[in-house]
Write a protein that binds this ligand. Structure first.
Ligand SMILES: Nc1ncnc2c1ncn2[C@@H]1O[C@H](COP(=O)(O)OP(=O)(O)OP(=O)(O)O)[C@@H](O)[C@H]1O
Ligand SMILES: [Mg+2]
Length: 353
């Protein structure tokens, strides 16, 4: 049976007790995360670490399962052979690009989404031009939904979505986020990468609406863990036009993820503190706050990073890295022409999340 996708906004105002109660809890968790994240001095450390995990989780929905080890190799080597790991790295670049664009333009446009998708997919195919895209049940292969078919239709829906995203109304932004995600996935504007682009759109919307300062909350893990419900609710909305369960599902996801992200931030911070104290004690001559932060900026470091961060010569940077490795703060590996120094403690911390 064919279900026509409705244009936005929905007629409902979603003021049910269940939605409002959950909304309050979710807003509280999110506000706490935002406030806490603000107290962290080097925001880049946080965002980098969190987006590595998000890129990995999000790509797992697509079944590009890859390991942290493979990922940092792909990060350090542009001609690295592992395609999956490269996809994860591209996904992280797409998040950064989207974040910077939203910060600069203060709106989310179709063009931004097209650009994000092109980074994820590494091609300029853009919006679907050829009909024939259908969404199937992954187990039975049965066609469950046919998204808008012609390019003209897809563009009309996207224009409508763009307006909905950027126009303020009486609906709470978190409820709108749930609706936007449903609508974007149902428009399914691209040949591929709709899931990943849509999940990036979620975080960009949180930043646009000032619910977070930086891109640190991602639903991919939650969606992965609750995938069946995710697809079941898509179907329910499509068939009954009832958004309540879907909205609650997304709101719970944001609440749970905000709590988990808080925990991760605290773990990174305390790991950095312990590491810093140890560094001061064991290598007082080379310790500096800049060096410590530099070692947590990415999961790995290289000689020229240390040169820049610490403002020292190549020779000195090399000696720093040797000392750090000998004292057990880093472990090194030769990758291509470079020697890469890994912060294993940070890697392990992220691995276990
Ligand atoms: N029946 C459906 N109705 C609406 N959206 C759907 C439906 N089935 C799947 N989707 C959406 O389509 C996405 C998959 O589309 P696509 O393969 O283009 O994206 P992807 O990023 O490559 O994949 P993935 O989301 O699996 O990582 C899903 O993540 C989901 O959000
Ligand atoms: Mg796909």
């Amino acid at each position: 049976m064919k279900h026509e996708l409705k244009m936005l906004p929905p007629e409902d105002n979603f003021r049910t007790v269940r939605i409002l109660e959950q909304l309050a809890r979710t807003n509280r968790a999110l506000a706490e995360l935002k406030g806490y994240a603000r107290t962290i001095p080097n925001q880049h450390i946080l965002i980098n670490a969190i987006t590595i995990n998000e890129a990995k989780d999000s790509s797992e929905i697509e079944n590009i399962v890859t390991t942290h080890d493979e990922i940092y190799k792909a990060m350090t080597q542009s001609n690295y052979k592992n395609e999956s790991a490269k996809e994860v790295v591209d996904y992280r670049s797409a998040i950064w690009r989207g974040y910077n664009l939203v910060k600069e333009k203060e709106i989310i446009t179709t063009n931004i989404l097209v650009e994000i998708q092109s980074i994820i997919e590494h091609n300029n195919a853009g919006i679907r031009k050829i009909p024939g895209t259908v969404l199937k049940n992954s187990k039975t292969g049965e066609v469950v939904y046919t998204p808008p078919e012609t390019e003209k239709e897809v563009r009309e829906y996207l224009k409508n979505l763009e307006e909905y995203i950027n126009t303020d109304d009486m609906i709470d932004p978190l409820i709108k986020l749930a609706i936007i995600h449903y609508q974007f996935e149902s428009i399914h504007p691209f040949y591929d990468g709709n899931g990943r682009t849509g999940r990036i759109l979620n975080i960009l919307y949180l930043v646009l609406k000032d619910l977070l300062d930086s891109p640190i909350l991602y639903l991919s893990r939650y969606i992965n863990d609750n995938k069946q419900t995710y697809y079941k609710l898509f179907k329910e909305v499509r068939e009954t036009n009832n958004f309540e369960e879907w909205i609650i599902y997304i709101l719970i996801g944001i609440e749970e993820t905000a709590e988990e992200t808080m925990k991760l931030i605290k773990d990174i911070q305390s790991e950095m503190e312990i590491y810093g104290e140890e560094l001061k004690e064991k290598l007082p001559k080379i310790y500096s706050k800049e060096l410590l932060e530099g070692l947590f900026f990415e999961v790995y470091t290289k000689i020229n990073y240390i040169e820049n961060i610490c403002g020292v010569t190549r020779k000195t940077a090399m000696s720093y890295l040797n000392q750090l490795e000998e004292a057990g703060f880093l472990s090194s590996e030769k990758i291509g022409r470079d020697r890469i120094y890994k912060n294993d403690r940070l890697i392990n911390l992220l691995k276990n999340k």
